[in-house]
Structures are given as structure tokens and as C-alpha cells.
Design a binder for this molecule. Structure first.
Ligand code: NAP
Length: 246
């Protein structure tokens, strides 16, 4: 039985994460927040447990040590929202090695590390809800968003794989795309970030029989993969639904 309401949330200093931090605080969750800038809820929140640790997630050498310290101190964190993200625009063949590395660290490698560190205690307690904030970009591969699509695509596949690897436990690891919402990343978007709160609430409160490894967007469940029913991939046998080209 889960008794604690502690959430580790990254990127609460602006946009989606800021909106989620206020929402979760109002619902009575305790918050551990990671970003470079201090989120305003740290000052506004009058509960004891709103902890902020200034962290640059693009620098794993230091950020992994901060995660290790949090996990050691709290021992068990039942809820994690990997929300911090970066979107460096530009055509993929004009990107620099450093940009790929920087954005990969924030969008995929550090979320993987956070999950790797919190999962053992979640398995021990037989309860965990992890929500990784992704995007529709890797499903659409928009030109000019290649680094973003690729790094969020890595987050997607790691999320689904970890969800499947933990299916024997009451642990749900899902993806949520907030939709086109106003933030520093998307200042001209039409929707208020609060539009994603109901989908987040749904994922935070999934029952033991609930879904894991899914992709959710504005109240919809979106398929991440083609329908491979009947395809025997490891035997090299397709089915009649696949288009035959030979
Ligand atoms: N807005 C949209 O339309 C939209 C659509 C699809 C997906 N998303 C996703 O939603 C999530 C939140 O994005 P947003 O739209 O709210 O953008 P945002 O306003 O730019 O917020 C990004 C957050 O990530 C944190 N962050 C960025 N770089 C960081 C770093 N090096 N170390 C630590 N934290 C870092 C920022 O904190 P600091 O700057 O203080 O470090 C900030 O709190 C992202 O994962 C994004 O991909 C957004």
C-alpha cells in the first residue's frame, strides 16, 4: 500500500512543469524539484516538503550525483515526472555533436538514470507511477526538429521497454505529451498548460490493473507502434496486413 505522496518532478521552473508543480501542490503532494532556476512554488508553497535542488541535467557528471543523493535520502519515491526538456531546432545535418549530446542528456539519458535509481525501491514497495513527458515530434518527424524527435524517440522506447520489464509489479511507466501548450519552449502555442492536468491525474492514479507503456495526449491514448499482431518478428514471418513489395 502506498502511503507517501512524494513526487520527483524535473523542470518545474516554467511552462508545463510549473503548471504541474502548482497542480500537484494543491492536491497535497510533496515535491522534490530539479531544474537550474528556482521554481516559484518553492517560495509560494508553505508546506515543509517542497525541496528544490538546482541541477543542470545536461551535465550528467554532477546531475547523477544529485539523483543518487536524493534517492539515498528519501529511500522510496513513489511518483516521478521526468518533464524537463529542450528543443533545439534546425536541420539535422547541420547540427553539432555537442548539441546532440546536450539535448540527449536532458531529454533521454537523465530520465533513464532517474528511472534506474527509483525503480528498485518501487519494486520493493510494489508501487510506482512514472510519467515521462514526451512530444508528438518523434511520431511525426517534422523537418527542422530532428534532435528533438530523436531524443524524445529514445525516451519513448526506453519508457515502453522499462514498462514491460516491470510488468510483474504494480509499477506504471507511461508517456504523456502535454499538447501544444504555451511555455518558454512554445511561446506562441494556443493552449494553457493546465489542459494536460486531467491526463496527468489519470496516469498518477492508475489502478494496479491500469495501463503501462502507453502514450497519452490530451485525454487520448495514441498508438506508438504499428499493429504487429500475427507478425512473428523473431522468426522473420510477416502477415497479410503488411504491404508486400517482393
Ligand atoms: N510546450 C509544448 O507545446 C510542448 C509540446 C510537447 C512536449 N513538451 C514537453 O514538455 C516539457 C516541458 O517543456 P515546456 O514546454 O514547459 O518548456 P519550457 O517552458 O522551456 O520548460 C522546460 C523546463 O525544463 C527545464 N530544463 C531545460 N534545460 C534544463 C537543464 N539543462 N537542466 C535542468 N532543467 C532543464 C527548464 O528549467 P531551467 O531552465 O530552470 O533549467 C524548464 O523548467 C518538455 O519535456 C517538452 O519537450 C512541450
Amino acid at each position: 500500500m502506498n502511503t507517501t505522496k512524494t513526487v520527483l518532478l524535473t523542470g518545474a521552473s516554467s511552462g508545463v512543469g510549473k503548471s504541474l508543480a502548482h497542480h500537484l501542490y494543491d492536491l497535497g503532494y510533496d515535491l522534490i524539484l530539479l531544474s537550474r532556476r528556482e521554481p516559484d512554488i518553492v517560495k509560494i508553497g508553505d508546506r515543509e516538503l517542497v525541496e528544490f535542488i538546482s541541477t543542470d541535467l545536461s551535465k550528467p557528471d554532477r546531475a547523477t550525483g544529485i539523483i543518487d543523493d536524493i534517492v539515498n535520502r528519501y529511500e522510496y519515491i513513489p511518483y516521478v515526472i521526468n518533464n524537463a526538456g529542450i528543443n533545439t531546432g534546425g536541420h539535422l545535418d547541420r547540427q553539432k555533436w555537442d548539441t546532440i549530446e546536450h539535448d540527449l542528456n536532458i531529454n533521454a539519458r537523465m530520465p533513464w538514470y532517474v528511472m534506474k535509481k527509483v525503480l528498485p525501491a518501487m519494486r520493493e514497495e510494489n508501487f510506482g507511477r512514472i510519467i515521462n513527458i514526451t512530444s508528438g515530434a518523434p511520431l511525426n518527424c517534422y523537418p527542422g526538429f530532428g534532435v528533438y524527435s530523436a531524443t524524445k524517440g529514445m525516451l519513448n522506447t526506453m519508457t515502453v521497454t522499462l514498462a514491460r520489464e516491470n510488468e510483474g509489479h504494480n509499477i506504471k511507466i507511461n508517456l504523456m505529451s502535454p499538447g501544444p501548450v504555451r511555455s518558454e519552449m512554445a511561446p506562441h502555442a494556443k493552449l494553457n498548460p493546465a489542459i494536460c492536468h486531467p491526463t496527468l491525474d489519470y496516469l498518477m492514479n492508475l489502478p494496479e490493473s491500469g495501463d503501462t507503456g502507453g502514450f497519452y495526449w490530451l485525454g487520448y491514448k495514441v498508438p506508438l507502434f504499428p499493429d504487429l499482431e500475427g507478425v512473428q518478428w523473431l522468426e522473420g514471418i510477416g502477415n497479410e496486413k503488411l504491404k508486400r513489395i517482393l
